[in-house]
Design a protein around this ligand. Structure first.
Ligand SMILES: NC(=O)C1=CN([C@@H]2O[C@H](COP(=O)(O)OP(=O)(O)OC[C@H]3O[C@@H](n4cnc5c(N)ncnc54)[C@H](O)[C@@H]3O)[C@@H](O)[C@H]2O)[C@H](O)CC1
Length: 283
């Protein structure tokens, strides 16, 4: 799992106590017309042996690079500078939406991984990254907005992990899927008394009630324009970012799992009006 922390200065980059190596980096808004997704290096002969999460954790980490050469203005950490020194511009390749789906088919077909196995592994890394950058003592109230597919499942798992990490998670899961995997994830959250909020119960300004908003609406299977209620939810997250432009106003930070919801999966934030996440952990 790789975590890209956007627009914020780097806070930490190291192997953490959960022993899941990852990289955290920052880059400028020039990202938004580039596809930040599914970055992999040209070592495809190794890739089928590992889940994308494992692959990116173990192989990508020492060599990840930012998308913008303007990056140097946005960081000050010597640890980050060290990471940057190892970046290799020529080693980055990108996966298409179709590539990503085919890799999953391989992982979950001949290689015998199960969705829930990959989801747990990926999302433990997501939750760990969040806990390193946004400490529970300062960012305890977390809203996870979950979509109808596996990206939404990631959000449900993230809420559970973050509860165990000491956060106070809330979940908005407006389009539930009756499959056993999702039903089990919901049951586990209910057993922990994690509150589920309807779209109507959300405050008009999410920043009033939440320190972190996790965008787990859509991942790599998103296509077209978002349908209700996700069109409205995406707009709320867009508004959060816009509100930040008003001096002195504290806002929730946005963590988009795998892909900022509503972005074109391959083209990115085509017209520049999409969600601008603060952190982009992807699996
Ligand atoms: N590969 C891994 O290691 C893992 C990745 N995971 C995560 O799973 C998502 C991809 O999941 P998938 O179920 O294929 O798709 P999505 O979650 O992106 O959504 C599908 C869902 O959304 C509906 N939909 C599509 N477009 C729209 C739209 N315009 N409006 C409304 N609804 C839409 C569609 O009908 C489906 O219901 C990947 O990104 C990772 O985050 C897993 O954790 C497993 C491990």
């Amino acid at each position: 799992m790789t975590c890209l922390c956007l627009t914020h200065s780097i806070t930490q980059t190291h192997n953490h106590n959960h022993n899941l190596p990852h990289a955290t980096t920052t880059f400028s808004s020039s990202l938004h017309n580039r596809n930040p997704l599914f970055q992999l290096f040209s070592v495809s002969n190794q890739f089928p042996l590992l889940s994308r999460a494992l692959f990116q954790s173990i192989i990508l980490r020492p060599r990840i690079r930012p998308f913008s050469t303007n990056l140097t203005a946005s960081y000050s950490s010597s640890a980050f500078a060290q990471i940057m020194a190892n970046f290799d511009a020529d080693s980055v390749t990108y996966l298409t939406q179709r590539d990503a789906a085919e890799i999953d088919e391989t992982l979950m077909g001949p290689l015998g991984f199960s969705v829930d196995q990959l989801m747990e592994l990926d999302v433990l890394s997501v939750a760990t990254s969040i806990s390193e950058v946004y400490k529970p003592c300062e960012h305890s109230r977390v809203l996870t907005i979950c979509g109808p597919g596996n990206n939404g499942g990631d959000g449900l798992v993230a809420a559970r992990h973050l509860h165990h990490f000491g956060y106070k998670p809330f979940v908005c899961y407006p389009k539930r899927t009756p499959k056993p995997l999702y039903a089990g994830l919901v049951t586990q959250l209910e057993a922990l008394s994690i509150p589920f909020l309807s779209v109507e119960e959300l405050p008009s300004d999410l920043s009033n009630d939440f320190d972190v908003v996790i965008d787990a609406m859509f991942g790599f299977s998103f296509h077209g324009s978002p349908r209700p209620p996700f069109d409205d939810l995406i707009q709320r997250l867009v508004s959060l970012h816009n509100n930040n432009n008003q001096i002195g106003q504290k806002r929730s930070v946005i963590v988009s799992v795998d892909i900022p919801s509503g972005w074109h999966v391959e083209e990115g934030d085509v017209d520049g009006t999409g969600i601008k996440p603060d952190m982009l952990p992807h699996n």
